[in-house]
Design a binder for this molecule. Sequence first.
Ligand SMILES: CC(C)(COP(=O)(O)OP(=O)(O)OC[C@H]1O[C@@H](n2cnc3c(N)ncnc32)[C@H](O)[C@@H]1OP(=O)(O)O)[C@@H](O)C(=O)NCCC(=O)NCCS
Length: 182
Amino acid sequence: MLIRPATSADAADIAALLDEAFGPARRTRTAALLRGGSLPLPASLVARGEDGTLAGSLQFFPVTLAAAGAAWPLTLLGPMAVARAARSQGLGRRLLAAALDRADAAGLDPIVLIGDLPYYGPAGFSAVETGDWHLPGPVERDRLLLRRRTAPPLPMVADLVPAERAARCVTRADPSPNLADA
Ligand SMILES: CC(C)(COP(=O)(O)OP(=O)(O)OC[C@H]1O[C@@H](n2cnc3c(N)ncnc32)[C@H](O)[C@@H]1OP(=O)(O)O)[C@@H](O)C(=O)NCCC(=O)NCCS
């Protein structure tokens, strides 16, 4: 199994894999609304078998956390999917570890995702900081997970929105340490 950076040439196979994994409703899920019209970031990965078949995909997208007219650039992890025939063999965890290594090398921090804590918790994700973040669609609070390595604390009450909406806010490259009331 070869894990390598995703390119535009992988796009059609990735779309087919995601249709298989999530069904057609995937385009209206909250995570899709968050991605908006953004393109996947270069840290995104695919896994292909020796015959070239796409076995897995993990994409990153830019998103924005907005509060009180300020904006923080965040990275959305997902969608991630492994082909049914390749599941439960550790590929998902290998993809996740490799993608987070790439994200760290690229300075993508913090990273947010909608997913299950038992799967993503061991990779450093938790729902501790996201309890009062509002999204463009429904989300179970314990499934909105954040991994923050070196970035300063983020506002506790905020809107997580597609990256293109950052233009309406002032980007906070160096947020003040006391953002609990933002
Ligand atoms: C989630 C997914 C990517 C995992 O891929 P994978 O290659 O099977 O993952 P791994 O082999 O590394 O790990 C498999 C283990 O994780 C567990 N697991 C899978 N999804 C899980 C979840 N949502 N929550 C908790 N555990 C999960 C499995 O039960 C399995 O345990 P087992 O090995 O004891 O059977 C794959 O199941 C998938 O594509 N699912 C459909 C799409 C999806 O839900 N994507 C994630 C969106 S957040």
